[in-house]
Design a protein around this ligand. Structure first.
Ligand code: UTP
Length: 233
């Protein structure tokens, strides 16, 4: 089979209101049905992860690994939902949710689609997607999230933040900072641990607004897309 691609779906994409979410899942199914290469899909935890982590924190849980486990469980619920929807639509999807990237990569050799969530505490699903792309020898990792681009600084805090069309992995690392897992629940545009793994393994990335299906289609097809292209370097 041709070299696979890996698609990270930020959990926020599954946290839209019901009508929007249904339309998005139908468009995703259509997009993936037309893909000619195997695709590893890594799904984030979104609102349910955040809410469950916050609830545990408010009850006094402050062990980061324990909070991470809550987040991981939420990512796996979302991954199961995506996996079953795609399988129900007739796509060749591996049955089950791999809990490590090695077995996910192995199952991608015999299925068109393998969906998974988190693996272990200490990072987010961005890093899982990047590690799966490395393990499966994918040509690139497309990170679909709820912002259109990587910005020069955090647009929530800095009104002068500018969207970036194209950058290198080292430039991205300057923005996201060193590869550490500070807290459960995440916050950086891309997990800095994943950025380090991409640098170490020369893996190009794409970051885009996953609510815009045409952008995801273009990026998966290797065409110019609206979003941030992150090249090796
Ligand atoms: P997400 O991947 O959804 O991370 O995992 P995030 O950055 O908080 O969410 P987005 O990308 O902004 O939507 C949710 C949480 O689950 C734990 C982490 O605490 C993470 O923040 N997690 C997830 C792990 O500890 N390990 C994993 O492999 C995945």
């Amino acid at each position: 089979m041709a070299a696979p691609l890996v698609l990270a779906l930020g959990g926020s994409l599954l946290s839209a209101d019901e009508g929007e979410r249904n339309a998005w899942l139908s468009a995703l199914t259509e997009l993936l049905s037309a893909c000619e290469v195997p695709i590893g899909i890594v799904v984030g935890g979104g609102r349910s992860a955040r809410e469950a982590i916050e609830l545990a924190k408010s009850r006094g849980e402050n062990d980061v690994a324990a909070l991470d486990e809550i987040g991981i469980a939420a990512t796996r619920v979302n991954a199961t939902m995506v996996s079953e929807i795609l399988r129900g639509a007739g796509l060749d999807v591996f049955i089950g949710i791999p809990t490590d990237v090695e077995s996910a990569a192995q199952n991608l050799e015999s299925h068109r689609i393998v969906a998974m969530g988190g693996t272990r505490p200490g990072h987010t699903t961005d890093n899982v997607a990047i590690c799966l792309a490395i393990e499966a020898k994918a040509t690139r990792c497309v990170i679909a999230t709820n912002v259109g681009h990587v910005y020069s600084s955090d647009p929530r805090l800095d009104s002068a933040a500018l969207p970036i069309e194209s950058m290198t992995l080292s430039e991205l690392q300057e923005i996201v900072g060193p590869p550490v897992h500070g807290k459960a629940g995440g916050s950086a545009v891309i997990d800095p641990i994943g950025v380090q793994a991409a640098i170490d393994n020369n893996l190009p990335l794409a970051v885009l607004d996953g609510s815009q299906m045409n952008r995801m289609r273009d990026a998966l097809a290797g065409k110019p897309f609206v979003g941030t292209r992150i090249e090796v370097g």
